[in-house]
Design a protein around this ligand. Sequence first.
Ligand SMILES: [Zn+2]
Length: 241
Amino acid sequence: MKLKISFDDIAPAFEQASDSSLYMFIDTKENRIVVLSDNEATDADFEIMKRPRYVALPRRDSKDDYFRMESFTYVMSCCDLELVQKFHKALRQNKPFGNFRDLLSQHLEIEQQWFAFEKKAARNDAIDWLCEEGIELEGQRLIPEIEIRELDEESVKKLPDEIRVLKARACLQCHNESGLEARLFAASTQIVNAMIENEIYRILKDKYSLSEYAGWSDDSQTVLVAAKCPKCGSEEIFFDY
Ligand SMILES: [Zn+2]
């Protein structure tokens, strides 16, 4: 489905749909967001929203919010390990949401990090949903241009051990173990949403005739790993150290 509505209208609505009393819909004819509130909308209003012209935005639940907070505690940049532990612990105790927000309010620098993280996560969640639904926003580019280049031996040597020493061990289709070669590629962006993931599939297919890959990232780079079985041509390969 191709829509003209602006992503800048969808993303905030997508976040607001976690409010238990608000229901969000895209009006695909008028290209705008329609909000129904539990308190004010009638059954007839909700009935109208069942028409094909309206697309309901998914409702976030507390599990989604919890997952987002938990993810944050794994990537937050903080030298004070004890404080990181406190955040982990806060989420495992009763009232995790309140604990988490209390802790944040006591540490302004971390709170700023959280706001930035939340903004990015919200954007990526909305993009993931659009991909899942097959909705394309006309004339809007939601992800950066992605460059992919194959790494030569010298570049591979400079990679961190955990990715550098990875070997293609066996073909999962025909069990062949010989002649398998892992190919490594540098990607110009981290794989943070489904649209980037799909775009990488497209580029690898076009440029290198590959249709499978695994992604690896650290703070400074994103590496793609792929291999093809010389015997059967399968790209379902088992990698190991
Ligand atoms: Zn094979």
